[in-house]
Every structure is written in structure tokens, then in C-alpha cells.
Design a protein around this ligand. Structure first.
Ligand code: AKG
Ligand code: FE2
Length: 304
């Protein structure tokens, strides 16, 4: 696909592209936003180098793609900007060095996220994304056929359970609400991407159990499926520079923030877009089992 409004330089063979010639702080035309959305769906994660985007600009840009959530249980938002999660590693959040698709324990996981690099260590702190459509395509046909039939329970039960950093009172309040509320959702292991129609594996760090299998069978099968996601051929690694912006399609990716920067500062800020209910290849929708995801999405209101 070619794009009229910008140049696209793929960063790796199967996922990730840099968009060149767009200044995100400016008000962009509807047509340009449509092209960015097409690039997002095609490349799964897109990068904009050296932007001069501020918090307001980030919110304004994100809102062109849909509704923004203020959702995160333990990561604080910027003062006056509940839409912006302030991920200041070592100071206010745990490291995200595990493979995951964001927030899959709720029935409507985010459509995507826009992450802005505020402070980046001189070396280390890269982020890796994996293409979960390519992972599905790599499965041998018999495994595809099996995965197509499976459903899995995703839960927040363990995640963020222990805070590695001292939490402020405000964060403790968020944390308590989150820790005392178990969210559990049944998602298809293979979802149909609502825009591209592609089949994508929906697994990752929040999956607890494949329905209908024993714990050990579920564990082994998840490990096998996940090995297709994290095949290096299906990944892209981004070496951040300050001002960079990454926008990922959370419906077709997992990601992993590499924890190799010791005690150096690393600060990124995220705006998250509301997603829709995943749909299986048979046309069945994900189902919340426990926890009302609107309480999650309305976190600020719940604490206030
Ligand atoms: O810090 C990063 O690079 C990514 C952290 C993360 O998992 C997220 O923002 O969803
Ligand atoms: Fe994440």
C-alpha cells in the first residue's frame, strides 16, 4: 500500500514502520488521520521520530482515533491530565518486562496506545513488539485449526500484585481497588481483527487458563502458541530517542519493555484508546466473567 501524505520506512520485515514527514503537534487533516490509521493496521506498530508533542497535543492526536480511557490501576496519571499515564520507571511503576497485550483481563481491551518518550537512558530501555497475526499465520494448519476452537480466561489476579516501588497514598488507593477487584474475561484464542479481518492470536501475560484443558495441558499449549508470537521474525525492536512516539495496534500485537537500564531514568507517557469486544472466527464475542470493566475504565471516578 502506498501513502499520499507521508513516507513509510518499514523497520523490520513483518512488523513496524517509521512514518516520516508528519508533525504530530499540528492539527492533522481527516485524510491524513485516515492514512495513519491504515498504516497502523498494516504495520501493527508505527513510529514517529523526534516529535515535539506535548501532553495536550498527545491527547488531541489520540482523540482523532477514538475514545480515550483513563485506565490504569497503579500507574499514576499526569496532574490535570487523567488521560495520560505517566510511566516513570523506578519511581512510580513496575517494569513491563513481560510479554503482554494491554489489559486483556477486561472484556474490551484497548484498541491501541500512543506512547511518547519523555526521558530515555543513553543505552537500554528499548521496547519490542510482536505481530500476533504473523504468529497465527506461522502455526501449522492443524495447530491453527485447534487454536480457532479455543477460549481462554484472562485475569488481573497476579499482575501489579506487588509494587516494587513505594506508592504514594493516591496510588495505594488505586492499587487497593484494583487488587481487591478481580477482573476475568473469556476471550477467543484467535480473534478476528475488526478492521483488517485478519486472524490474530489473543494470548499473552494475562492468560490464566485455556478452557477445557487441564492446568498443565493449558500451560504447555500456551507456551507453544506464545513461542510463535515471540519468534524474532515476528518482532520489531525500537531504540527510543527522546521525543519519539510509538502507536501500536493492541488488537494485533504483544509488547515487552526491556529491563536493561539499571537505575537510569526512563520515563514514557501513554494515552490509551478504548477497544471493542473481541470476536472469534465463529462470530462469538468475548464475555466478562468477573469484574465490571467500566469500573476499570472509570478509575479516576472510582477513587475520587
Ligand atoms: O515502557 C514501555 O516501553 C512500554 C510499557 C508498556 O507495557 C505499556 O505502555 O503498555
Ligand atoms: Fe503494556
Amino acid at each position: 500500500m502506498s501513502f499520499k501524505h507521508f513516507d513509510v520506512h518499514p523497520v523490520a520485515g513483518r512488523i513496524g514502520a517509521e512514518i516520516i514527514g508528519v508533525e504530530l503537534q499540528q492539527r492533522l487533516s481527516d485524510e491524513l488521520i485516515r492514512e495513519i490509521r491504515q498504516a497502523l493496521v498494516q504495520y501493527k506498530v508505527i513510529f514517529f521520530r523526534h516529535q515535539s508533542l506535548d501532553a495536550k497535543g498527545q491527547i488531541a492526536f489520540a482523540s482523532r482515533f477514538g475514545e480515550i480511557t483513563t485506565a490504569h490501576p497503579t500507574v499514576p496519571s499526569l496532574p490535570n491530565h487523567p488521560e495520560i499515564l505517566d510511566l516513570d520507571y523506578g519511581r512510580n511503576v513496575n517494569r513491563a518486562n513481560h510479554w503482554h497485550t494491554d489489559v486483556t483481563f477486561v472484556d474490551r481491551p484497548p484498541m491501541g496506545s500512543i506512547l511518547r518518550a519523555v526521558e530515555i537512558p543513553p543505552v537500554g530501555g528499548d521496547t519490542v513488539w510482536a505481530n500476533t497475526v504473523a504468529a497465527y499465520q506461522d502455526l501449522p494448519p492443524h495447530l491453527q485449526g485447534l487454536a480457532d476452537q479455543l477460549w481462554a480466561v484472562h485475569s488481573n489476579a497476579f499482575d501489579y500484585a506487588e509494587a516494587a516501588v513505594d506508592l504514594s497514598d493516591r496510588l495505594k488507593a488505586f492499587h487497593q481497588i484494583f487488587a481487591s477487584t478481580v477482573y476475568e474475561t473469556l476471550h477467543p484464542v484467535v480473534r478476528i481483527h475488526p478492521e483488517s479481518g485478519e486472524r490474530a492470536l489473543l494470548i499473552g501475560g494475562f492468560v490464566r487458563q485455556i478452557r477445557g484443558l487441564s492446568t498443565s495441558e493449558s500451560h504447555d499449549l500456551l507456551r507453544l502458541l506464545q513461542s510463535y508470537v515471540t519468534r524474532l521474525e515476528n518482532t520489531v525492536r525500537w531504540r527510543w530517542q527522546e521525543g519519539d512516539v510509538a502507536f501500536w495496534d493492541n488488537r494485533a500485537t504483544q509488547h515487552y519493555a526491556i529491563d536493561d537500564f539499571g537505575h537510569q531514568a526512563r520515563r514514557v507517557q501513554r494515552v490509551t484508546l478504548v477497544g471493542d469486544l473481541p470476536v472469534s472466527i465463529q462470530g462469538q464475542q468475548s464475555e466478562a466473567i468477573r469484574g465490571d470493566s467500566s469500573t476499570y475504565i472509570q478509575r479516576e471516578a472510582a477513587v475520587a
